[in-house]
Design a protein around this ligand. Sequence first.
Ligand code: ADP
Ligand code: ASP
Ligand code: MG
Length: 420
Amino acid sequence: MALIVHKYGGTSMGSTERIRNVAKRVAKWSRAGYQMVVVPSAMSGETNRLLGLAKELSADGSSPELQRELDMIASTGEQVSVGLLAIALQAEGVEAVSYAGWQVAVTTDSSFTKARIESIDDVRVRADLAAGRVVVIAGFQGVDAQGNITTLGRGGSDTSAVAIAAAMKADECMIYTDVDGVYTTDPRIVPEARRLNTISFEEMLEMASLGSKVLQTRSVEFAGKYRVPLRVLSSFTPWDIAIELEAKSGTLISFEEDEKMEQAVVSGIAFNRDEAKVTLLGVPDKPGIAFQILGPVADANIDIDVIIQNVARDGKTDFSFTVHRNDYVRTMALLETTVGPAIQAALVLGDPRICKVSIVGIGMRSHVGVASKMFRALSEEGINIQMISTSEIKTSVVLDEKYMELAVRALHKAFDLEQA
Ligand code: ADP
Ligand code: ASP
Ligand code: MG
C-alpha cells in the first residue's frame, strides 16, 4: 500500500473551515487506500503572534536560555493544529491520531530556534498506519537529547514533512500551500510569473537558499539526500478533485537532469531582503588580511555570504561582505571595536538596506553571456550593482533595496519567463 505524506502550510490551516477542508481531502486519499501521514503548520499568523508575546516580555533576543523558551512557546502553534486536524478527520469518519514532535520522536540537535533533525523513530507511526489510522504529526518541532522542545527555523514544517517522508520511505511528499506550485519567481511580486511543471532539484535548492520561501532550504536538501519524490501544489483546489488529477498537479521537484536540456537557460529568479552589507575602507593590502577580518566574524558564529575586495591603490584596499540582517548590529560592533582597529582600517561603513537578486538555471552551465544579459537589463533600468557573486548555475547581485521589485520584474522580462 502506497504511503503518502501531505504537508499543509499556515494559510491552508488558517481557520476551522479550512481545516475541515484539509480533513476532507486527506479522508479522500485515505479512503482511496493510501496510508497517510499529515504534517500541518500552525494556523497562519499564529507563530508570529506567539513570538510577539515573548518579545513583549524580553528585550534580549539572543541568550540561549531565552532561545529555549522561544521554542517552548512557538511549538504550541503546531500542537493546536495537529489536535484540530485529528478531530476534523474523526468528524469525517476517519480514524486519526495526533502527535507532537517529541512523541514520535523527531530528534534534533540543541540549536534552539534553528535545530537540525538528527533522527526520526517511526515505530509508533508505523503501528498506527498498520492499524488503519491517519497519523497527524506536528511540523516545525522536535526534541533534543536532553528532552528539550526545539524548533527547526521559520518555514520548518516543510523540513519536518520531507524528513518524515525520507525516514518512512514514503512514495511521495506533497507540500500543499497557497500557490499552485513553484513559479519562475514569487507570483506576488510578478503576476505574470509562470508555474513550472517540473524544476530540477539543483535549481530548487538554489532558489530556496537564495530566498524563494515556497520551500524551506533544508527540506530541499533532505529531498536530495534521500531522493524523496517531492511536489508543491495548491490546497485551494476543490477537495473532491479526482486523485489522479491532483497527483499530477503543481510542480514536481525532479532528479532527472536531462529533461531540462532543451529548456530555458534561466529557470527562475529569487530575491531576498535578509542581508546587510558592511565595508572596511583603507585596509592594508597584505597577505592574511581577509583572514584577519573574516576569522573573528566566523568565530562569532556570523555567516558570511557575498564578499568583494577591491584592487589595491597605494597599498590600501576596500573590503566588503554581506551578513544576515539579524547579525548586522553585532557585525558592525565587532568591526568597529575589534577588527577595524586591529587591522588599522580607515573607516567602517554599514548598509542594512540592500537586497540580493539572483537568476538561477542549470542551462547557465552550457551558455555564455547570461550574466552580461542580466547586467544589461539592470543597467537599462538605471539600477546600480553593488556586488556580484556567481556559481555554476546562478548569478546574484546586491542592490539598493529600493530597486528590488523593479530588478526582479526587469529580469523576469529580459529572460522571457512570462506566461505564454
Ligand atoms: P506555507 O504557509 O504554505 O508554508 P509559504 O508562505 O511559506 O506557505 O510559501 C508560499 C509562498 O511562497 C507563496 O504564497 C509565494 O508568495 C511565495 N513564493 C516565493 N517564491 C515563490 C516561487 N518561486 N514560486 C511560488 N511561490 C513563491
Ligand atoms: N509555523 C512555522 C512558521 O511560521 C513553521 C511553518 O509554517 O513551516 O515559521
Ligand atoms: Mg512555508
